[in-house]
Write a protein that binds this ligand. Structure first.
Ligand SMILES: Nc1ncnc2c1ncn2[C@@H]1O[C@H](COP(=O)(O)OP(=O)(O)OP(=O)(O)O)[C@@H](O)[C@H]1O
Ligand SMILES: [Mg+2]
Length: 321
């Protein structure tokens, strides 16, 4: 294995959410001690239920958030504690593609000025900007005569292409793709995914790919991490995870994926999760999944299980194994 491009260590992102009855400040623990590595050129899929902290991890890694605690070691430098000015040189090397291609583009700017904006901010010369915009437009499958139009004149898929061109303008090494296709028609989802894969091969980028769509994550990822309530509970290479899932939460999550083959579907049992999802505000001690776990033991309510490597490259945080 090459050395990691990014080492995430005990990452914590807490948000203040007002005061409790006694006037003490309360915090929502969106991400509460997540550790993993990202290798150059890989696609790391991040899955888990709504609200488990996937977007927050992505935003913290590209430093749209300043983490509450923990380290983000980017090619040897811990960028977690850097202030706004210090983090600038890293910003252009890391980009984020957002879920909503409608909300993330400025409606008053033309396509060419949207794509050129990151280069303008870096004070690139105008002829270099023009050349790069022309190259990007071609790479993402837009046409030259689209350049002087405005975002509302485009379909969702085309808008996402504009957002992708903008994200790639500064040749990023690392891109967080946060549900990049979930707002798009099913018919164009595959086109955008194929394009992201091709661009990765051409440019050698590393992706953190956040998605609810477990079949798509299986298709696109080399390794996958499963999050639950601000914690990483399982992490493995993609085929290992999908064929040998060990965490009771991963098993429940995967059992909800529709199976195309009717014979297989009849054999498989859907695990329906019982119990309430605890609030990430004042979470109880112990395993975050304890209140909904079929196998919960007394120790699970007392001690937080640490991540252990149970077989080469397969990490698990569970008291059962
Ligand atoms: N800026 C914020 N201020 C306060 N709370 C936040 C903020 N951003 C996220 N949260 C909370 O942090 C938790 C994790 O949110 P996050 O958006 O990271 O989840 P997610 O896994 O991306 O969910 P989804 O799949 O719905 O996009 C949630 O409880 C959310 O309400
Ligand atoms: Mg999200």
């Amino acid at each position: 294995m090459p050395s990691p491009m990014i080492e995430v260590r005990s990452l914590r992102m807490y948000f203040p959410v007002g005061n409790n009855l006694f006037g003490k400040r309360r915090q929502l623990k969106a991400v509460d001690g997540v550790s993993f590595d990202l290798y150059p050129g890989e696609t790391f899929g991040l899955v888990g239920e709504s609200g488990c902290g996937k977007t927050t991890v992505g935003r913290a890694l590209v430093r749209l958030y300043k983490p509450t605690d923990g380290q983000i070691i980017y090619q040897g430098t811990d960028i977690a504690p850097l202030d706004e000015k210090e983090v600038q040189p890293y910003r252009r090397r890391m980009q984020m593609i957002f879920q909503d291609p409608y909300a993330s583009l400025n409606p008053r700017m033309t396509v060419s000025s949207i794509i050129a904006e990151p280069m303008k901010l870096q004070q690139a010369p105008q002829d270099a900007i023009d050349a790069r915009v022309a190259e990007l437009v071609e790479q993402v499958g837009l046409k030259k005569d689209h350049l002087n139009r405005y975002p509302h004149e485009f379909s969702g898929g085309q808008r996402q292409r504009i957002g992708i061109a903008r994200a790639l303008a500064m040749h990023p090494e690392f891109v967080v793709c946060d549900e990049p296709i979930s707002a798009l028609d099913v018919s164009i989802q595959a086109q955008v995914i194929n394009m992201l894969e091709e661009l990765q091969q051409q440019m050698g980028m590393t992706y953190l790919f956040v998605s609810h769509d477990l079949s798509m994550v299986r298709h696109i990822s080399h390794r996958v991490g499963v999050m639950y309530l601000g914690h990483m509970v399982e992490l493995a290479e993609v085929e290992e995870l999908y064929s040998n899932m060990l965490h009771p939460y991963t098993q429940a999550l995967m059992s909800a994926v529709p199976i195309a083959d009717p014979d297989l579907a009849a054999q498989s049992r859907r695990i329906v999760l019982q119990g309430d999802v605890p609030q990430p505000i004042d979470p109880p001690p112990g395993c975050p999944f304890a209140s909904r776990c079929r196998h919960c033991m007394p120790v699970c309510r007392e001690a937080l299980p640490g991540m252990r490597e149970v077989s080469p490259g397969h990490y698990l945080a569970c008291h059962l194994k």
